[in-house]
Design a protein around this ligand. Structure first.
Ligand code: ADP
Length: 619
């Protein structure tokens, strides 16, 4: 009982193992055999297989066999090939058989029962014309037919060479070459209205090349290449077409994309790699269990215009005639394509730089606006300060005007007395009238200067004589000094120093410094109250010095002296020196104070001379 149970467990285990082993071997058996019509190194085969390998799962085993048409095609060879394939793959039968080309499909259909019965067949690169000329394929033989577009390529050639009057068609002598020739003879009939057609079929290659070398400019050449020439020399069509394109004195066109790069211009071509990929997808579907009937296959593999850009240039073909979807090979990349990274970086740098420049320009404009606003404010402040100073000078001004008015009155009284005397004293009366006119003019001049000083007028920037500007102020300053009982000593230079700037602003500087100096002299005994104003200059500089004999400036006050609102006076606003410094600096100059305690204060202002270097500009 126990033994029987143990035996049945062992049997079950063995059965499971066998099932598993079968499943694994079925998995391992996923192998695909590709049978090509032609030679192993035919470019079309290489392209096709590259596309196929790219698409198949990595685990799929791929074997390839070659019938080597048209070099080998005898019946006995084909029988031997059948036996060989049967024998070779007896223990590793393919899961799917792929056939590349018409010859391989014909072979498989004939020998299928001896080779791999019931193994599904997928064909690639088989012309549609062949499939249409024979009975329908069995249900487990499928594929996407192709059409080598001979007429489409010739049409293209005639469109790109509108002056061509002659079409030369070159073919060979192998069975495949003859089949192409027959197809072409029927195709060219549709071009007979446009060109005369000549066939060079089966010439020895040397003779052919000689003919091609002698072609005139009115000819275009079309060729599918050939496998065998008139003296039995074998070629791949690509080799043959390469020789032709190198020799021909006319543009050469062909229908296979493997010809691109040999020297032909181009053509309307199906793509062998794409065919390989399409077959690969069909194989994958089949191996995944898809029934052939369920596969919806395209009617025909697509073709595209392929061309060699170098030949387009060589034969002076109008680039605008090239269709937008054409595949253009050997076109040198544009500078932009060639240096994409560098160009990208350059564009980024350029944009960043442009951004920075824009930012800087914006900042500059903003700064300029702010400077203008500051300038405006400064002018307004300076004007307000002048009005305040005018208030301080009221006494002096009143005195300045009163003096001529008093003189006028005295003169008028004297004239009255003369007239009352009844004597004819016209000369004296004339002299009195002249004095009155003189005094009137003096009073008017005081008022004119005062108005000029106090008026709110735009900055008037031009070179002016500093001595002259000081002299204009002299009457008011002297009047103020007299009023305060301060001795005023003015020392101007003999030659006229020129200063570039606004005369009124510079006069304001002098008034501020002179009134401060008189303020400082205030507390002193009358005999010591003195203020000296002097002008010095050399080739480059003008210097204005205002000195007094007051208490001087305490060392701790020196650093803040020119700050706004710094004042040690009970009624002081603390703006005079701050405005003075602003005005001096706006004229490219500098102002500073020197003081020894108890020795009085000295204020020095220094400007560049108007014709010297570093002449300032108004802001
Ligand atoms: P304010 O005259 O209204 O005080 P300023 O800006 O003209 O304003 O002067 C600021 C301060 O500088 C004065 O209060 C004073 O302390 C000092 N100062 C200016 N000039 C002299 C001077 N000649 N001697 C001594 N101190 C002076």
């Amino acid at each position: 009982m126990y033994r029987a149970k143990r035996r049945s467990i062992v049997r079950l285990w063995v059965a499971c193992w066998l099932l598993f082993a079968q499943a694994v071997s079925a998995e391992e058996n996923l192998c695909v055999l590709v049978l090509y019509s032609n030679h192993r190194l035919l470019p079309a085969n290489l392209e096709f297989e590259a596309g196929l390998r790219e698409t198949l799962a990595k685990s799929t085993e791929l074997n390839a066999e070659f019938l080597d048409y048209p070099r080998f095609d005898s019946e006995s060879y084909l029988d031997a090939m059948t036996a060989f394939l049967h024998e070779k793959y007896a223990l590793r039968p393919p899961s799917v058989l792929v056939v590349g080309g018409k010859g391989a499909l014909e072979f498989v259909l004939r020998h299928r029962d001896e080779l791999f019965p019931r193994v599904p067949v997928i064909h690639g690169a088989v012309p549609q014309s062949f499939l249409q000329s024979r009975p329908p394929l069995p249900a487990d033989v499928v594929g996407v037919p192709i059409k080598f577009d001979f007429p489409g390529t010739i049409e293209l050639a005639l469109r790109w060479h509108p002056r061509a009057r002659r079409l030369l068609v070159v073919t060979g002598v192998s069975a495949q070459d003859r089949a192409w020739e027959a197809e072409l003879r029927s195709d060219v009939s549709r071009f007979q209205d446009r060109v005369t057609t000549e066939f060079l079929a089966g010439l020895p290659t040397d003779a052919l090349l000689q003919r091609l070398r002698a072609l005139g400019g009115d000819t275009v050449v079309f060729t599918p290449g050939y496998f065998e020439d008139g003296v039995g020399h074998l070629f791949s069509p690509r080799e043959a077409v390469g020789l032709m394109a190198a020799a021909a004195a006319a543009p050469v066109y062909g229908p296979f994309d493997t010809f691109i790069g040999t020297g032909i211009v181009g053509g309307s071509m199906p793509n062998f790699a794409a065919m390989g990929r399409q077959v690969g997808h069909l194989v994958n579907d089949w191996l995944a269990g898809g029934a052939p009937a369920a596969q919806r296959l395209p009617e025909i593999a697509p073709t595209a215009v392929n061309l060699d850009w170098r030949q387009i240039q060589r034969w002076d073909i109008d680039p605008s005639a090239i269709p937008d979807d054409a595949i253009v090979r050997f076109k040198p990349p544009t500078l932009l394509e060639q240096y994409a990274t560098e160009t990208g970086v350059a564009i980024v740098v350029f944009l960043v730089q442009a951004g920075l420049i824009a930012g800087l320009l914006f900042e500059r404009r903003r700064r300029r606006r702010m400077e203008l606003a500051v300038h405006q404010q400064r002018c307004e402040l300076a004007h307000a300060s002048r009005l305040a100073v005018a208030g301080e000078l009221t006494g002096a001004i009143a005195h300045e005007i009163n003096q001529p008015l008093g003189a006028i009155l005295s003169n008028a009284d004297a004239a009255d007395l003369l007239l009352a005397s009844g004597a004819d004293r016209r000369d004296e009366l004339r002299a009195i009238l002249a004095d009155i006119r003189q005094d009137d003019l003096r009073a008017s001049e005081v008022i004119r200067r005062l108005r000029a000083l106090l008026a709110k007028q735009p900055v008037d920037w031009h070179p002016f004589d500093l001595n002259e500007a000081i002299r204009e102020l002299e009457p008011v300053l002297r009047a103020e000094a007299r009023r305060r009982r301060v001795a005023l000593d003015l020392r101007l230079t003999a030659t006229a120093p020129l200063l570039l700037g606004d005369r009124i602003q510079i006069q304001q500087v002098l008034i501020n410094l002179a009134l401060n100096a008189m303020d400082a002299a205030n507390g002193l005994p009358e005999a010591r109250r003195a203020v000296a104003v002097s002008v010095e200059h050399d080739a480059d500089r003008l210097i204005l010095v205002v000195r007094d004999r007051g208490p001087g400036i305490a060392p701790e006050h020196l650093p803040q002296l020119f700050d706004s609102f710094f004042s040690t006076k009970s009624q002081g606003m603390g703006l005079g020196l701050s405005i003075t410094r602003t005005l001096v600096e706006a004229h490219g100059g500098r102002v500073w104070a020197e003081s020894g305690s108890g020795m009085g204060a000295v204020f020095r202002v220094e400007w560049p001379a108007a014709d010297g270097a570093g002449t300032p500009e108004p802001v």
